[in-house]
Design a protein around this ligand. Structure first.
Ligand code: HEC
Length: 170
């Protein structure tokens, strides 16, 4: 009985000890250019969807019209472009140096045009922990959060005046 108990205790402790030895061995990737750990992306995505999905089905309370898209473009230029890219421009040095790299969200990339707008709203409001993606709930109003989410949902078919704002480099 004692032997079985000792076996169980060792069996439980072993993975923790092995994990700790791996961490202190210096082989754990910590620089942004290091490769992801096995299952890192898979587990992070699973955890995110488990929290986000029940809340992410919300439809936008705002219509998709030019004033809302224009307002979203101004928010995007001020808060997001440095990481998620400017229209028709290559990714910034900041974006290229991050891990995980921020996806480029404006054409020619497809960004999040396929995602439900409520999912994008959730991500912009709450952020994504340990990725560099900030949560904006304290700093953008609910209207601004929806406006920038609508902009990204429709990024592949924006009116010309909205594109003009997104082309500005300052
Ligand atoms: C400091 C850099 C940074 C800024 C500023 C930033 N983001 Fe992000 N964002 C990221 C990173 C990094 C990711 C990738 C997270 C991941 O891999 O899970 C991300 C992910 C996202 C995603 C999810 C993309 C996908 O494919 O699922 C959306 C949507 C998004 N950001 C929107 C925004 C908006 C809107 C703003 C501005 C209001 C913004 N972000 C500002 C770094 C940033």
């Amino acid at each position: 009985m004692k032997k079985i108990l000792a076996g169980v205790v060792i069996g439980i402790c072993l993975p923790f000890v092995a994990g700790y030895l791996f961490v202190i061995s210096g082989r754990m990737p910590v620089a942004t250019k290091g490769s992801p750990l096995p299952f890192e992306k898979f587990l992070a995505r699973k955890a995110q969807h488990a929290v986000m999905d029940p809340e992410a089905g919300k439809p936008s309370p705002l219509p998709v019209d030019e004033p809302n898209l224009l307002a979203g473009a101004h928010v995007y230029q001020a808060q997001c472009a440095v990481c998620h890219g400017r229209l028709g421009q290559p990714a910034s040095a900041i974006a290229q140096g991050m891990f995980p790299q921020p996806p480029q969200l404006l054409p020619p990339k497809t960004g999040v045009t396929d995602d439900p707008v409520g999912e994008t709203y959730w991500k912009v409001k709450n952020g994504i922990r340990l990725t560099g993606m900030p949560g904006y709930s304290g700093n953008l109003s609910d209207t601004e959060l929806w406006q920038v989410s609508l902009l990204l949902r429709h990024a592949d078919k924006l009116p010309v005046p909205v594109e003009a704002v997104l082309h500005q480099t300052k």
